[in-house]
Design a protein around this ligand. Sequence first.
Ligand code: NAD
Length: 593
Amino acid sequence: NDSFLKAGFHDNAPVDKLLARPVAPPALVVSALPETARGFINAVRDNGSFRVAAAEQTLSPNPETAMSHQSFTNEPPTDFAVTEHRSTMSAALWRTVEQFGRHAPLVIAGRDVDTAARIESLNPSHHRQVVGTSAAADVAHVDEAVVAARRALPGWARLDVGRRGQYLWAVAERMRTRRFELAAWIVHESGKGWIEADADVAEAIDFCEYYARQAVELLAPRRVAVPGETNQLTRVPRGVAAVIAPWNFPLAILTGMTVGALVAGNPVIMKPAEQTPLVAAELMQIFRDVDLPAGVVQYLPGVGETTGAALAAHEGVDVIAFTGSRQVGMSLYRQGAEQSGTLRPSVKHVVAEMGGKNAIIVDADADLDEAVLGVMHSAFGFQGQKCSACSRAIVLADVYDRFLERLVEATRSITVAPAEDPGSVLGPLIDTAAVAKVQRYVEIGKSEARLALAGDVGALADEGHFVGAHIFADVPPNAVIAREEIFGPVLAVIRAGDLDDAIAFANASDYALTGGMYSRSPANLERARRELEVGNLYLNRGVTGALVGRQPFGGFKLSGVGHKAGGPDYVLQFTHARVVTENTMRRGFAPDE
Ligand code: NAD
């Protein structure tokens, strides 16, 4: 539809338009370039012979002005086809291995606080390898962290939103300079492959850049004046935010929730997942590096059921930003309505992003080359451990056998390897509990459907938390493996007689997170648009990899409550709106009283 043939012969576009450069020249962001290249470009530009508009904005001496003027663009992924990038990443992986064994204490009110209890962070690819340890906060530390955050609240809330945004900007810049190192920690601690780990860092940068810009607009006072009366709506921070994060996007999701709350004026207590406390410690270090005032962010790793629960229940917490499982999310939501003390009566605002059981429909006329790759990538990328992952492929009967055969063969060819290996397509699961859970579902699947592929991981099973890709065929739409979130490399393939059935099967889920359809029929794509009940619908592409600003992310039903992450109104949920109305028809005037 976008080809020049259609534009020329069907739409009669003028020749000038047909020959025009297809895309605007890419914005060159000088700050993202290595020192030497940056110096070169600045030198050439200073000579006046080379103009780089976007770069000038990036380098503006007043970041606040630059921020509001420069439109948001996503941080580009690293191209690992470039030799230099590959060697930089390899070097970063080695450098970080040399730091294995280090310890991260809590950070409360800007000070390190150590604890007797420790969390051991293991490398999922080599489970005997200890990446490092972190402190583990107990209930008393939760109290201290809340006190510190409450103390920081008035000063932080008073700060101009543009100034708070500048801190986010500085965080993004620091992440850019440490990009490979951060990705390396993600590889070691969460078992993500290179490309996914790099994308995790890029998304974290995007959250900082995007929310900083959004907040300036969203938090601007709005006035309505009528004769004799002015009304002003302002947004004020809710108070102290508890950010409770999962391990599967150890940097991006933790950063997104934290900076979203921060830019709206709320001090934050970060409670990272037990599996990834060290990536979170890197984020805390970045907050320190950019001189965020003490007490504005606390780093509080700990066990979910104790530290997380105490933090969520604390009466000094006003808003909880949670991403994780449905079970925990729902309990926090219930708990938000309960008052745990008498000092600060309030209903806690709870933002809870939870799970999914996402389906892709493969229509009878779908391009199978694309559909096979899209389903495979969506189902087995990061071992199926994304909330957006495809775990159901609903295939129209006409193409069912052909699709299944090709999908199984394509998946069989996937390289299983430790995450630090650049050739790894399928890496390890996060921990032993995840392996046990997936194996349990595989056993259930065997009793419900036909096992079309059981990927073998060989000796890697002893080395790390590896489980091969599993494809179940002829899965009844109401089977357990077609309804429950497995969070691993297990795909249920379901046969549908017609599109009505396919859509009905897709919607018969507790969840409504992502979904997709491969089809060449405009009418059927239109039906998908209208009828598929999901927060993020993808047509003729995979269902993972949402980009900040472009595909604001989040679902409904039991997939979550709250505004979409990376969306235009996300920051609002960390604020209260207040309206001040003044009668301006003066009756007398008392200047000194
Ligand atoms: P989880 O619910 O086990 O843990 C998430 C966080 O909650 C962790 O920090 C954990 O320590 C903490 N926690 C656990 N029990 C708690 C309690 N009782 N009180 C307070 N905090 C507690 O989830 P997980 O295994 O880390 O992540 C996987 C889940 O996250 C999947 O269900 C996935 O779909 C979901 N997820 C959703 C999104 C989304 O945007 N919708 C994104 C990523 C992950």
